[in-house]
Unconditional design. Structure first.
Length: 271
């Protein structure tokens, strides 16, 4: 009998190929850029419009904007990746514990998630940035520790609907422990609901970093898409491409991560 997550081999192969391509691109950005693959140099006149020589134009210092956007993606990928991974791990753990636990455990965990969700995340991030000088690491910690309730609710609802399914009851009847039932039989299905929030978490992290940069609480020493967008907005009437290029990169990166998460369904995992 075919297991639910075996799926279609050809579709799974295509998805794995897409994952490898995206991973290779991420490695190029994260490894080559810090090593000097795309150094920040002034090699043109300032405020040059987009063209053949400079597809994204140049900024007020004469730097090629395409090169700067590529450098900014490194910081934004790291920030979004840390925030998303932290929120997913906490949210999945809490959601599974609430969905598989007793009614009292469910109530306590979900009320705790409500308390965390009610916290003003951006205000806390502004306060932390004011205290620690706009540190990217501090921002990632704040966003990761406050965005997990969304994932926890999704996983909890999916887990609660799975705990009484026939395959779960059959596993329990065969002597499987609660931990094994949760990790082997429930988690692959519940993780689909968690991955649905990846685009929201990743995009929210990038937008929050850009918002802090706009109010002057970003880290000007660390290139990021949000910092580039904030710097370019000052010249929006004279050189709109300075703001549009990093803003478009934020949107494109968020969409790419969301599509990648959607195509990474655990139902295509091998048994």
């Amino acid at each position: 009998m075919t297991t639910p997550w075996r799926g279609r081999p050809r579709a799974a192969t295509r998805r794995r190929g897409l994952h490898v391509a995206v991973l290779a691109l991420a490695i190029v950005i994260l490894v080559l850029v810090p090593a000097g693959g795309l150094p920040a140099v002034t090699d043109a006149l300032p405020f040059v419009p987009p063209g053949m020589a400079h597809p994204f134009g140049t900024d007020d210092l004469g730097r090629d904007l395409l090169r700067e956007v590529a450098r900014g993606m490194r910081t934004s990928l790291l920030l979004g990746g840390v925030v998303t991974a932290t929120a997913l791990m906490l949210g999945i753990a809490v959601g599974l514990a609430a969905g598989m636990g007793s009614p009292l455990t469910d109530e306590l965990l979900m009320r705790g998630a409500d308390v965390v969700a009610s916290l003003p995340t951006l205000i806390i991030a502004i306060l932390v940035a004011a205290l620690f000088g706009g540190s990217i690491a501090a921002l990632a910690m704040v966003l990761g520790l406050t965005r997990w309730p969304l994932v926890a609710r999704l996983v909890r609802m999916e887990t609660a609907s799975l705990r009484n399914r026939d395959f779960v009851l059959a596993a329990k009847a065969l002597g499987a422990t609660r931990l094994r039932v949760t990790l082997v039989h429930v988690l692959p299905h519940a993780a689909t609901a968690a991955l649905a929030a990846t685009g929201i978490l990743f995009g929210g992290a990038l937008v929050s970093e850009a918002a802090l940069a706009f109010v002057g609480l970003g880290d000007p020493a660390v290139p990021s898409l949000g910092q580039l967008a904030a710097n370019g907005f000052v010249f929006v009437s004279h050189a709109p491409w300075m703001w549009m290029a990093p803003a478009a990169a934020i949107v494109a990166l968020t969409i790419a991560i969301a599509v990648l998460a959607e195509r990474s369904s655990p139902y295509d995992w091998p048994q």
